[in-house]
Design a protein around this ligand. Structure first.
Ligand SMILES: *[C@@H]1O[C@H](CO)[C@@H](O)[C@H](O)[C@H]1NC(C)=O
Ligand SMILES: *[C@@H]1O[C@H](CO)[C@@H](O)[C@H](O)[C@H]1NC(C)=O
Ligand SMILES: *[C@@H]1O[C@H](CO)[C@@H](O)[C@H](O)[C@H]1NC(C)=O
Length: 490
C-alpha cells in the first residue's frame, strides 16, 4: 500500500515537471499509457552504482543552499558555462563548479520549490553522470540515500542490471524483497560458479529458485549472531530438496542398544585456547561427496584417518565408497551414521585406501578386498554433550565425528556461524562432519569473543572456508555437541 502511494507521488511529480519545460528536461519521452518517461533507467546510467562517498558535487556547496527563486534554471542558466556571475541571487554560482556543469543533466532546470535537493546532502556526492535523468532527484529526499527509502519507489527496469542496490544498502531495500536475488546477481553467480543450464526453461527455473534462496540468505544474515556471511554459494540454485541429497546423516538409524563406550574425558586437563589438528598432519584434503547422501561415510573416514595417523604416524586417505557399498547397516547414498560405520569397518575387516576403492558417489555392488585393507577399527566412543569436555578430548585424542543441523550450510560463505535456534534446531541433526580443531575469534570493533569449532565438510574446497565451516562453540549451536563420536583403532 505504502509503495503504491509513493509511486503515485513519483508520477505526479514527473507530470508537473513536464509542464514546466519539457524541452529542457531531458527526461525522455513521457508515455501516458505507462505513465512514465521512457528511455531512462536508473541503474543504466550507473549513477547509483558508484560509491557516494566524499568528493562532492558542489565542492562549491551550491546545492546546499536554499534557492530562493523558484525556477532556478528556468532560464537554462546552469547549462551554460558559469563564467558569468550571479545567477540565483544567493551567490551560489559565484563559486566554481568542480565538474562540468550541473545542468548538463537538466536537473537545475526544475523548480526547487520544496526544500529538497541538497537538504539531505546527497547532491554533494559525486554523480557519475546524469543526476535527474531518471527522475529520482525530483522527489524530496528526507535523508540520505539508502536511509531515505528512495528505493521504495517502483523502478522501471533497473535493479538487476548491476548490483547497485544490493551492495550498499545494509537493510532490505524498500521493505520488501524485490531486490533479493535479482537477475544481475543470478548472472554473476552463474559466472562465478561456472554454471550453465541446458535450455531457457531450466535457466528460468534456476533463477526462480535462486531468487527464493536469496530470501533465505537474507533471513539467515539478519538473524546471524556471529560473524558468518551467507550468500550465493555454488548451491544457491538448488531447491531444499535437492540440497538435502548432499546430506545423509540419519539419527533414526541409531541402534536401540549402543555398542559405544563413553569417552574418557581428561577432566584435569587445561585445554589450550586454540588447537588445530590440520597443523599436525593428521587431516587429509577436503573431499567431495557430490549428490549422494554419504556425509556419514566421509565423517567416519575423516575420523578414522585421524585416529590412525595419530596412533601410527601414517596418514592414509580412506575409502568412503567401501562404506557406501558394503556397510549393510547404513544405507549408502540414502544416509547412515558413523556409529554404525565404525562397527561395519570392524566386521568387514578394515578400510581400503581411497585410491584402491575410489569414490563414485553412487550406490554400487560391494567389491571390498580384505587383503587391500590398510586400517581397521576395534571399537568406538561417544562424547558427552559438553563442549568443554569435547575440546579437552579432542586435543588429546584427535578429530571428532559429529552430526549437525545443516540449515546454515547451504549458503555459508565464511566466518563464525551462530544462527538462532529457530533457524537451526539442535535436535534435528541431518549432516555428518568432522571437528578438527577450535579457536576463539575476537570481533574487530567490539572485541567480542566468539569461540568456534573448525569443522571439515565434504563438499569440496570451493565451499565455505576452503571446504571448512566454523561454527560457534559453547552453546550447542545447531546441535554440534549432540552426536559426537570417534572410532578406536588398534
Ligand atoms: C566451466 O564449464 C564448462 C562447461 O560445463 C567446462 O567445459 C569448463 O571446463 C568449466 N571451466 C571451469 C574453469 O571450471
Ligand atoms: C585382492 O587384492 C589382491 C592384492 O592386490 C589381489 O591379488 C587379488 O586378486 C584381489 N582379489 C580380488 C577378488 O580382486
Ligand atoms: C583393540 O585393539 C587393541 C590392540 O590390539 C586392544 O588393546 C584393545 O583391547 C582392543 N579393543 C577392543 C574394544 O577390542
Amino acid at each position: 500500500m505504502k509503495a503504491l502511494v509513493v509511486f503515485c507521488v513519483v508520477v505526479s511529480c514527473l507530470a508537473s515537471a513536464q509542464l514546466v519545460r519539457p524541452d529542457k528536461m531531458r527526461l525522455g519521452v513521457y508515455n501516458p499509457d505507462t505513465k512514465h518517461y521512457e528511455k531512462q533507467t536508473l541503474g543504466q546510467d550507473g549513477h547509483d552504482q558508484q560509491p557516494h562517498r566524499p568528493a562532492l558535487l558542489g565542492q562549491d556547496g551550491h546545492d546546499q543552499q536554499p534557492h530562493e527563486q523558484a525556477l532556478l534554471g528556468g532560464d537554462g542558466h546552469d547549462q551554460r558555462p558559469h563564467e558569468q556571475a550571479l545567477l540565483g541571487g544567493d551567490n551560489h554560482d559565484l563559486r566554481p563548479h568542480g565538474q562540468t556543469l550541473l545542468g548538463g543533466d537538466g536537473h537545475d532546470l526544475r523548480p526547487h520549490g520544496q526544500p529538497l535537493l541538497g537538504q539531505d546532502g546527497h547532491d554533494q556526492r559525486p554523480h557519475g553522470k546524469i543526476l535527474g535523468q531518471d527522475g529520482h532527484d525530483q522527489q524530496p529526499h528526507k535523508q540520505v540515500l539508502g536511509g531515505d527509502n528512495h528505493d521504495r519507489r517502483a523502478h522501471k527496469k533497473l535493479f538487476g542490471q548491476g548490483n547497485h542496490d544490493y551492495k550498499k544498502h545494509v537493510k532490505v531495500f524498500g521493505g520488501d524483497d524485490h531486490d533479493m536475488g535479482h537477475m544481475g546477481m543470478f548472472k554473476s553467480f552463474m559466472k562465478q560458479h561456472n554454471k550453465s543450464y541446458k535450455n531457457k526453461a531450466e535457466f528460468k527455473k534456476r533463477f526462480k529458485i535462486f531468487h527464493q534462496n536469496m530470501k533465505k540468505v537474507h533471513i539467515l544474515q539478519q538473524n546471524e549472531r556471529g560473524t558468518a556471511k551467507y550468500g550465493p554459494t555454488k548451491f544457491a540454485d538448488l531447491t531444499e530438496r535437492e540440497f538435502r541429497k548432499m546430506l545423509g546423516f540419519q539419527p533414526h538409524m541409531k541402534p536401540a542398544t549402543s555398542s559405544m563406550e563413553p569417552a574418557v574425558i581428561p577432566e584435569d586437563l587445561e585445554a589450550p585456547v586454540s588447537f588445530d589438528w590440520r597443523k599436525h598432519g593428521v587431516v587429509t584434503p577436503v573431499k567431495n561427496q557430490g549428490m549422494c547422501g554419504s556425509c556419514w561415510a566421509f565423517s567416519t573416514t575423516g575420523n578414522v584417518e585421524g585416529q590412525w595417523a595419530i596412533k601410527h604416524k601414517q596418514l592414509y586417505s580412506l575409502s568412503e565408497q567401501e562404506l557406501v557399498d558394503c556397510d549393510a547397516t547404513d544405507d549408502g547414498c540414502n544416509g547412515g551414521l558413523p556409529e554404525n560405520a565404525y562397527e561395519a569397518i570392524a566386521k568387514l575387516g578394515g578400510l581400503e585406501l581411497e585410491d584402491d576403492y575410489p569414490y563414485d558417489g553412487e550406490d554400487e555392488q560391494c567389491h571390498f578386498n580384505r587383503s587391500l585393507a590398510k586400517v581397521t577399527v576395534n571399537g568406538s566412543v561417544e562424547l558427552p554433550a559438553d563442549e568443554v569436555a569435547m575440546a579437552k578430548w579432542l586435543t588429546q585424542n584427535g578429530p571428532i565425528s559429529i552430526g549437525i543441523n545443516a540449515n546454515a550450510l547451504q549458503f555459508y560463505v565464511g566466518g563464525v556461524s551462530h544462527p538462532l535456534k529457530f533457524l537451526c534446531n539442535p535436535e534435528s541433526l541431518d549432516h555428518g562432519m568432522l571437528i578438527v580443531g577450535y579457536g576463539v575469534h575476537t570481533t574487530k570493533y567490539l572485541h567480542r569473543k566468539q569461540p568456534f569449532w573448525i569443522v571439515k565438510n565434504s563438499w569440496g574446497d570451493d565451499w565455505g572456508e576452503q571446504g571448512y565451516y566454523r561454527v560457534y562453540r559453547g552453546d550447542g549451536t545447531c546441535g554440534v555437541d549432540q552426536m559426537a563420536t570417534s572410532a578406536i583403532v588398534p
